[in-house]
Design a protein around this ligand. Structure first.
Ligand SMILES: Nc1ncnc2c1ncn2[C@@H]1O[C@H](COP(=O)(O)OP(=O)(O)OP(=O)(O)O)[C@@H](O)[C@H]1O
Ligand SMILES: [Mg+2]
Length: 264
């Protein structure tokens, strides 16, 4: 009996030690999580203030190069005029990069409003908006059926607008262009939406890069843009606990997938 009691005591001690250890690890984890949240917040506000502060000197640069172009162009030779033009264009471009960065950092800063989202309605709306900028283009649209999901409607609209406008942009050389928007089964807890086009595509070797801020695989003189669209898509998907992936081949079109939580 005594032996049994001793064994029980040892087990009890061990259990208490383990529980203490778990409590300690839990506390450590909570601490780490709040440290991470704080660091994230700091990074967000850093991005925000840097972009914000860069705007003022940039306004001068663009403003004065414009003045130079207007008032002093007669005293500049052709080369000089070209230089001023280049300064002006580069300043403008930097301005739109900064604006994009600000918009991007805002996504991380604002509270999301999660609710049931009627994806069918949202996607119909987004397609109608994108179609307004496709006058004169020959595009065959194929649009599937979509279930409801759980998310922030305005952020998810941004996701769709970005993917659809990419599909339209990178298929601009095709006659006709084909764009397919649909939903895959996903899993018990997620739905997967895809946007597929028959445009210029991309090399799969760089597929991971596409979602980085300002990362582009095509030159600005071929297809304009700053390279913030897919970074925005990824950030929003991740905020929803979802993910993104891309498939493509050079000259054979591209497909972008976003998985989102199902309706609760
Ligand atoms: N549908 C697509 N087909 C081929 N390449 C694509 C497609 N969508 C995106 N890409 C590639 O991924 C890059 C990043 O896309 P992203 O949407 O972030 O930038 P962007 O469209 O160039 O500019 P922005 O969206 O900021 O106007 C693009 O520059 C292009 O090289
Ligand atoms: Mg884009």
């Amino acid at each position: 009996l005594r032996q049994a009691r001793d064994r029980l005591q040892i087990e009890l001690d061990q259990r208490q030690r383990r529980e203490g250890e778990i409590r300690r690890l839990n506390q450590e984890l909570t601490l780490r999580a709040s440290e991470l949240a704080a660091a994230n917040k700091e990074l967000e506000s850093f991005t925000y203030s840097v972009s914000h502060d860069l705007r003022a000197p940039l306004r001068h640069l663009v403003g004065f190069s414009e003045l130079l172009r207007k008032h002093a162009s007669s005293s500049l030779d052709e080369k000089g005029q070209k230089y001023v033009e280049t300064i002006f264009d580069a300043g403008k471009r930097m301005g739109s990069l900064i604006d994009d960065l600000l918009t991007f950092s805002r996504i991380g800063r604002t509270e999301s409003r999660m609710a049931t989202v009627d994806l069918q309605g949202l996607i119909t709306e987004a397609i109608a908006e994108v179609k307004q900028q496709t006058n004169g283009r020959d595009i065959h649209w194929e649009v599937g059926a979509f279930p409801a999901c759980h998310g922030d409607r305005s952020l998810l609209k941004l996701v769709m607008l970005n993917l659809l406008s990419n599909a339209v942009k990178f298929s601009s050389l095709r006659k006709p262009a084909r764009i397919e928007v649909g939903a895959l089964e996903g899993s018990a807890t997620s739905v997967e939406i895809y946007v597929k086009d028959n445009g210029v595509g991309f090399d799969m070797e760089y597929a991971g890069k596409l979602f980085g801020v300002f990362q582009r695989l095509h030159r600005t003189d071929e297809f304009e843009g700053t390279g913030i669209g897919l970074a925005t898509v990824q950030r929003i998907a991740q905020r929803h606990g979802g993910s993104v992936r891309a498939e493509g081949a050079v000259d054979r079109g591209a497909t972008f997938y976003v998985s989102l939580p199902r309706e609760k």
